[in-house]
Design a protein around this ligand. Structure first.
Ligand code: ATP
Length: 424
């Protein structure tokens, strides 16, 4: 992301390096737009956060959290590229990886509209990927790949750099196909034409966005990316958060509702609610009023997920939505579950297979290129051979007729052609 300048020093991207495209949504703190980072032609999102109302302490906290989140690099976490300020407008811009297949709330909505359950294999796969992201956040280290599903996992060290998400909900779990940047440029409302950005022919912006909404997505193939975290903490204390946060706390743990501090286990409660919703197509606790909802959450009583799903899945969800913090499992403990291990192993194998296929495609391309080069080489050689034969014939005719062509008495006239022939 950081490009090298002629002086070879690494330069932080500037706002002018980004081409701003269409708005893809609006959150509590401002709009989210697609952008292109011109030096690498990469599609990203730019999220804006208006900070005018914050006092200097809150601003400093926001910056500190940006820098923590920017260091969280893991393939199941939305990559954070850079940020900058527009001091006049008092807006902070965050530049992040663009996830091209929407988020989990949109996926749940689709299944609900189609009156279908999300297949259990997809539920486990998404569950395992979010846990992999949470492992990085809660323990500050990457989860090692599994050799077999029975591998013993070493107990993670007590993390120094613990990051708690604090706002885990379906809308913050993003979905993406592999190589999103390539796909995005093709699917975008604009396209490259000889290096210039032009409007996509035949589509108005809105039609194209609408088309993307109706596009077929194979949820077996999506990569899960956890996004939008950390920042909630600094914003939560701000006046804007208090006045604009209108969301219902469906995923908030009872301890947080009771004003106790967030802990990694609060994320586990929220994740339990998200997985429940993926199965039941509605959150575990619903109510008409805020106080009825918080009472239900604090009681911790909710129904079984539909019979369509296994007892194993039902019981792991119930273990997570547990009011008792002492018995609620940690990320590490959840990763021991045999179904989670199976889902992780199968994701690893699928990725390996995809890499093999890519490798095979690359080999086929190289083979075609070599074939083309060898044909061109042969054609060139034949041309030279013809030229040489013609020259020899001409010379023979000259000798026989006793005539001389200008320059042909110079032996180098023929040597040069011969040398070229043999050099080839
Ligand atoms: N990295 C991303 N890739 C693709 N789409 C994104 C990305 N980040 C946000 N979006 C989309 O932008 C829209 C607004 O997102 P944002 O996270 O700001 O708000 P929200 O989650 O809807 O609400 P809140 O601000 O209360 O969390 C959503 O439709 C979301 O799916």
């Amino acid at each position: 992301m950081y490009r090298r300048t002629p002086g070879n020093e690494i330069k932080k991207p500037h706002r002018s390096d980004f081409q701003v495209l269409e708005e893809i949504g609006r959150g509590s703190f401002g709009s989210v737009r697609k952008v292109i980072y011109n030096p690498t032609k990469t599609v990203m999102v730019r999220k804006e956060i208006k900070y005018g109302h914050m006092n200097s302490k809150e601003r400093q906290q926001l910056i500190a959290e940006c820098s923590i989140v920017s260091q969280l690099k893991q393939s199941n976490i939305v990559e954070f590229f850079s940020w900058d300020f527009d001091e006049q407008k008092e807006v902070l811009y965050l530049y992040m990886e663009y996830c091209n297949k929407g988020d989990l709330s949109q996926m749940i909505k689709r299944y609900k509209q189609e009156r279908r359950y999300v297949p259990e294999k997809i539920v486990w796969s998404i569950f395992a990927q979010v846990l992999t992201a949470l492992y990085k956040c809660h323990y500050g280290e990457d989860l090692s790949p599994l050799t077999t599903i029975y591998d013993r996992m070493k107990q993670p060290a007590k993390g120094k750099n613990i990051v708690i998400h604090r706002d885990l909900k379906p809308g913050n779990i993003f979905l993406s196909y592999d190589d999103p940047n390539k796909i995005n440029i093709e699917n975008s409302a604009i396209q490259y034409n000889n290096g210039l950005l032009t409007n996509f022919k035949g589509y108005t912006k809105n039609e194209k966005i609408e088309n993307n909404k109706n596009e077929n997505i194979d949820y077996n193939l999506v990569n899960v990316k956890l996004g939008d975290f950390g920042l909630a903490k600094s914003l939560e204390t701000s006046i804007q958060f208090a006045t604009t946060y209108v969301g219902t706390p469906y995923y908030m743990s009872p301890e947080v509702l009771n004003d106790q501090p967030y802990s990694p286990l609060s994320d586990i409660w929220s994740l339990g609610c998200v997985i429940f919703e993926m199965c039941s197509l509605h959150p575990p606790f619903q109510a008409k009023t805020y106080s009825e909802l918080t009472n239900k959450i604090k009681s911790g009583k909710f129904e079984r997920i539909p019979e369509y799903y296994s007892n194993g899945l039902n019981s792991i969800i119930h273990s997570m939505i547990d009011v008792n913090l002492r018995t609620r499992p940690s990320t590490y403990e959840l990763l021991q579950d045999i179904q989670i291990r199976t889902a992780r192993k199968s994701l690893q194998l699928e990725k390996f297979e995809r890499n093999l296929l890519d490798y095979e495609k690359e080999l086929i391309n190289i083979e075609k290129l070599l074939e083309k080069q060898s044909l061109e080489y042969e054609r060139g050689l034949n041309q030279l051979k013809e030229q040489f034969d013609t020259a020899v014939e001409e010379r023979a005719r000259e000798i026989l007729s006793g005539q001389k062509k200008k320059g042909s008495d110079n032996p180098r006239f023929y040597d040069k052609r011969l040398a070229e022939y043999y050099r080839r």
